[in-house]
Design a protein. Structure first.
Length: 388
């Protein structure tokens, strides 16, 4: 069988290792590698017009990329890395979580509540490619999958025990055809799920009949942030199907910790509180951070590549001052533009006291950084240098 791996990032490399281990030498498409041997770029593939029995598409190649159209036309079948990987997973207890925001936190909450009762694995769109772990997963294990819209695009045949959509907003519109297509790919998870869980807002957007989750959240309000209350509701609804009791959830919640750079208070200094929310790449997530930290005047810092043009809903009116740097500073009005984050923080240092300094960028990090993690690290380093 002739196989083409479309995209050679972390997921593509993991699939390649898996195939080589099973004595299958695949061809690879990635413009970042010399087009020699089994490697192709666009020119080499279009000149040779090599045909394939199967193309495995990784999220690094979007459907609006011309390479996708060419590879698709030259292949008998194209599947997502998600669908390909799940062909080799023994467990039937698959939980799939997708959404514009809240995927990672919801997956972590589900795992936090289940891990003492079951052998669990949190995989997918979180730097843990599914294919790397297939040999470790046993039939009775629970696999919690963080699934992006890109992973759903060429997925047509997977079986989820539970499917969850956390939230929906305009996202990745620089990498997909339009908002309706983006919503359609998200809604696809419902086809694959024996039990489907969402909230009223998601159900309304996707025209899905809403089944009330019947979770009384009052007793949990003091245990999690306002932002994560909705994620907690979805997680509770999910884990209750696996025998986790309300008492167990209340007992376990205090030990739950968010990942770094998600509304993380990283420093305080004489009335200033510094919040690192570098993971925020949508209007919705930044608005939630603004709402979460409105106990003091907010100085908001924005950065990155806008994934949607719908910034009118960004609650800048709730902020004392808004700074921006990077690509988005060219498109947003009524903000103070600076060349660097260093300039912004120095300006704050000499002008403000008793404020929340909220670094919630709203844009993707790839204009100036390799990832949101590198962006978050940069903010932490500068803050701790300027406010020793």
């Amino acid at each position: 069988m002739k196989i083409l791996i479309l995209g050679y990032g972390r997921s593509g490399k993991a699939i390649d290792r898996f195939l080589l281990k099973n004595n299958i030498i695949a061809s690879i498409y990635d413009d970042n590698y010399p087009p020699l041997g089994r490697f192709f770029n666009y020119n080499r593939l279009s000149n040779l017009m090599t045909q394939f029995d199967l193309c495995i598409r990784t999220p690094g190649i979007t459907k609006i990329n011309k390479a996708y159209f060419l590879a698709n036309s030259l292949s008998k079948k194209i599947v997502s890395d998600l669908e390909f990987s799940l062909m080799f997973v023994k467990s039937k207890h698959l939980i799939g979580v997708t959404g514009s925001n809240g995927k990672t936190t919801t997956c972590k909450l589900i795992n936090h509540f289940l891990k003492d009762k079951y052998n669990t694995h949190v995989l997918g769109n979180n730097d843990f490619p599914i294919i790397e772990y297939v040999e470790r997963i046993q039939e009775d294990d629970i696999v919690i999958l963080e699934i992006s819209s890109f992973m759903l695009e060429d997925t047509s045949n997977i079986d989820l025990e539970v499917g969850i959509i956390t939230s929906l907003c305009e996202n990745h519109l620089n990498q997909t055809f339009d908002y309706q297509s983006y919503l359609g790919y998200k809604k696809r998870i419902k086809f694959f799920s024996k039990t489907f869980i969402s909230n009223f807002k998601v159900s309304k957007i996707l025209n899905i009949e809403f089944s009330n989750n019947n979770i009384n959240l009052d007793k949990f309000r003091k245990l999690v942030s306002k932002t994560n209350l909705g994620n907690l509701e979805l997680a509770i609804c999910c884990v209750s199907k696996y025998g986790v009791t309300e008492k167990e959830i209340i007992d376990k919640l205090p030990s739950f910790k968010l990942d770094k750079y998600r509304q993380e208070i990283v420093h305080t200094y004489e009335g200033l509180t510094f919040i690192n929310d570098s993971k925020s790449t949508t209007v919705e997530s930044t608005n939630k951070a603004i709402e979460e930290f409105d106990n003091k005047p907010i100085i908001l810092i924005l950065e990155g590549v806008l994934k949607s043009n719908n910034t009118d809903n960004l609650r800048l009116d709730k902020c004392e001052k808004v700074y921006g740097y990077g690509q988005l500073s060219k498109y947003l009005k009524n903000i103070i533009n600076k060349e660097t984050l260093e300039e912004i923080l120095y300006d704050i240092k000499i002008n403000y006291t008793n404020c929340n300094i909220l670094f919630s960028p709203v844009g993707a990090s790839l204009d100036l950084y390799s990832s949101y993690k590198e962006r978050g690290e940069h903010f932490d380093k500068l803050v701790k240098s300027l406010w020793k």
